[in-house]
Design a protein around this ligand. Structure first.
Ligand code: MRU
Length: 349
């Protein structure tokens, strides 16, 4: 039985959002208990909680714990304040659609409770946020099972960034088939791109796979071509932050480069994610907003200068892999092959 850390949950009396502070990993496991909107916003923005599904879960719980503290019995006042908190949390990060998906879902639940008292609505919001968490756990397992159909024992697998348990609430998306295969004795050899500039691959993917006893080797991002050329990689498995209606996929910066390399070397490129990451209202990758982050993450990352003071750095946090580089998109509802435009649409029918 695989157990991974749940990155975002409620505390025992359901008044606070509990996060494992991912900026402290892999050296320290520090848990934060938050119930004010500014600290929750800061935690999402600064990647204390990160990974598209986990951001959605944290936002849903965050919205609930903040709404729960609103001191009024007046419906209109409560609704107004709920929307202020929701709109504020929605500006914490722009690319992962799960953030907006979760906040919209909380709003839709609120809308369903028309005519109920404020305390009844608070209970409904609690239920909705807990349902988002529970569904995410089930989704990871289903994604893992579909993903495993495409893999064989002893394969070498490359992953980028972290799309594991710590980015979701269960066994992850890209790492889910790896965990399930490991339980069956598949003996995968996983290569984790370290993922500059914030090192989600080496700090988080290596942390969780190593903890689970899975063979993992960290490589620098610029080594992927060499490792592929040496024949060590049979498939690339990555997560996603937003999949456009035509299959173009935003994921951690560097994913597109890995996909282009995979095509060159004839290696399948799999994107794994829940259907909540598919945004049918975004026609193509060009319509996805790419988060730009602080220059210091590059020139002064982790408190050490690696570029001269005053030198500019450009820091887009994501890139878009065009659909033509993607072999298949693996969701909890099944495996989607090209043409993605048509086949993603079928998934929602
Ligand atoms: O900036 P991050 O760490 O939130 O970026 C995370 C990724 O790019 C993940 O691959 C993606 O969110 C999928 S997580 C299941």
């Amino acid at each position: 039985m695989i157990t991974t850390v749940v990155p975002a949950r409620l505390n025992e009396d359901k008044t606070k959002l509990v996060l494992i502070d991912q900026t402290q990993l892999p050296t320290k496991e520090v848990f934060l208990e938050l119930d004010d909107r500014e600290r929750i916003f800061e935690a999402i923005k600064m990647l204390r909680v990160r990974g598209a599904p986990a951001i959605g879960i944290a936002a849903a719980f965050g919205l609930y714990v903040c709404a729960n503290k609103i001191e009024t019995e007046n419906y209109a006042e409560f609704r107004k304040e709920f929307e202020v908190i929701r709109d504020y949390l929605a500006t914490s990060r722009p690319t992962a659609v799960n953030l907006f998906w979760a906040l919209d879902r909380m709003t839709a639940r609120f809308d369903k409770e028309v005519g109920k008292s404020v305390s009844e609505i608070k209970v409904a919001l609690l239920e909705e946020s807990e349902a988002i968490l529970a569904e995410d756990q089930a989704m990871g397992k289903a994604i893992g099972e579909y993903g495993l159909e495409l893999l064989k024992p002893n394969m070498g697998l490359l992953t980028h960034c972290n799309a594991g348990g710590i980015a979701t609430s269960g066994i992850g998306t890209a790492l889910a088939p790896i965990y399930l295969g490991h339980e069956k004795g598949y003996n995968f050899k996983v290569f984790a791109d370290e993922t500059r500039p914030l090192l989600q691959g080496s700090r988080l993917t290596a942390y969780e796979l190593n903890k689970a006893g899975i063979d993992v080797t960290v490589i620098c991002d610029n080594m992927a071509s060499q490792v592929m050329k040496e024949g060590k990689i049979d498939a690339v498995l990555v997560g996603c932050d937003r999949i456009a209606a035509n299959g173009d996929t935003a994921n951690k910066i560097g994913t597109c480069g890995v996909a282009i390399l995979a095509k060159e070397y004839g290696i399948p490129m799999y994107i794994l994610g829940p259907t909540s990451t598919i945004d049918m209202s975004t026609p193509t990758g060009k319509d996805i907003e790419i988060e730009l982050r602080d220059e210091d993450e590059i020139g002064n990352g982790f408190g050490r200068r690696t570029a001269p003071e005053g030198v500019k750095a450009y820091n887009p946090a994501f890139d878009v892999t065009e659909a033509r580089y993607i072999t298949a998109i693996i969701t909890e509802k099944g495996i989607v092959y090209p043409p993605f435009g048509e086949n993603l649409e079928k998934l929602f029918k």
